[in-house]
Design a protein around this ligand. Structure first.
Ligand SMILES: [Zn+2]
Ligand SMILES: [Zn+2]
Length: 375
């Protein structure tokens, strides 16, 4: 196009403009005079209204075609973001400046007063538009699935030959919750627990994916000992014909727990259990020596439980006889009895904590009642 000398719309003379750079498309209206050009010029292209979909359960916001977690107490900032994204400024405007003033009309309606300024054809132009924003409260897909009790795996917390202790059950739930929270914090909206249920045999935890169920079970065993078995059940086929499995992760905590006193089959005297991670470790109550089950025996050596640290009573030392013998009062009959003296009993001990069982009377080490997690 050669220099446009007259405006094609009104016929007024038009001052010569620089031709566009090679390759740059020429705008149709570029040949108009300023008056005709600005006659139907919109600096800002704004939608008539905007709807912000938010989840009334978890507060997630629908953006694009998916739900996203946002950290917002009210949705004004979210609404401002979405209005900003929806507004278009004319491509020819330069030095653009803008501001948005929200006006909250009611809980679900915000009026956005937007002011835009920019330089077009060397002229500063300013435009105001008002965009009403409606907050639509819905239920996101994730909350819908949680409400519907959806799950893809169950972690069953059980124990070998006993029911899990309250501490073990509480810890297992904590482990599951922190595992899932970690995943949620990375933005994974597929991560959730849909049910935690206590049964007579132990706790059942329903989790959103197989992978996370497996991860939780593994972590529970790593911390509390025991082992896991997986039982997949075919539940359905998905729309592509792939088989969909639900997996039960059966956690079996060890037969013994730290704080138990057991009598191993070797008949060398009772052992206070300190740890059941990997293999059972503890201390021999007759000598004070360390006890460790062999690798083959693992966490369940051939042993009988004869009590726990909670069954112990404090009693008086009558006399320390020598390195291997001590005389104490039987806490039930108050008779003096000479029993084995483990190495952890000091020469000047005045009282000791003893466990009375069918194996006899045995002295527990100090602090045994609090050392429940020991390694
Ligand atoms: Zn004109
Ligand atoms: Zn939600």
């Amino acid at each position: 196009m050669s220099s446009g000398e007259f405006c094609p719309r009104c016929g007024d003379p038009v001052p010569e403009r620089a031709d566009p750079l090679p390759g740059e498309p020429r705008e149709r209206d570029a040949v108009l005079c300023d008056d005709c050009y600005f006659e139907d010029f919109d600096l800002v292209d704004a939608p008539e209204r905007i709807e912000v979909r938010v989840c009334s359960q978890c507060g997630a916001v629908h953006k694009g075609n998916r739900w996203v977690d946002v950290d917002a107490d009210d949705y004004t900032d979210v609404a401002i973001d979405q209005v900003t994204e929806a507004l278009g400024v004319h491509v020819n405007a330069e030095d653009i400046r803008w501001g948005i003033e929200p006006e909250q009309l009611d809980e679900n309606t915000i009026r956005m007063h937007c002011t835009f300024g920019g330089v077009v054809r060397d002229t500063y132009r300013e435009e105001r538009v008002t965009v009403p924003v409606f907050i639509a409260r819905q239920t996101c897909d994730r909350c819908g699935r949680i409400a519907g009790g959806y799950y893809a795996s169950i972690v069953q917390v059980r124990a070998d030959g006993r029911t899990p202790t309250n501490e073990e059950e509480a810890r297992a739930v904590e482990i599951a919750e922190s595992y899932v929270t970690e995943r949620e914090e990375t933005g994974d909206r597929e991560a959730f627990i849909s049910e935690i249920k206590e049964t007579d045999d132990g706790t059942n935890i329903k989790i959103s994916t197989n992978q996370m169920g497996g991860g939780v079970a593994k972590r529970i065993v790593r911390e509390l000992g025991g082992h896991v078995k997986e039982y997949p059940t075919l539940v359905t086929e998905d729309s592509d014909g792939n088989e969909v499995y639900r997996v039960t992760y059966a956690v079996r905590l060890p037969k013994f727990t730290p704080g138990d006193v057991v009598a191993p089959a070797d008949d060398d005297g009772p052992v206070l259990v300190r740890s059941v991670r990997g293999n059972l470790k503890g201390v021999r109550l007759t000598s004070g020596e360390a006890y460790e089950a062999s690798f083959e025996e693992g966490e369940t050596p051939d042993a009988r439980k004869i009590g726990t640290t909670e069954d112990a009573d404090e009693t008086t030392v009558v006399t320390v006889e020598d390195e291997r013998a001590i005389q104490v009062l039987d806490p039930e009959t108050y008779e003096s009895k000479t029993i084995a003296r483990p190495s952890y009993v000091d020469d000047d001990a005045e009282t000791v904590r003893v466990l009375k069982s069918r194996e006899g009377l045995h002295i527990l080490p100090d602090g045994a009642e609090t050392d429940e997690t020991g390694e």
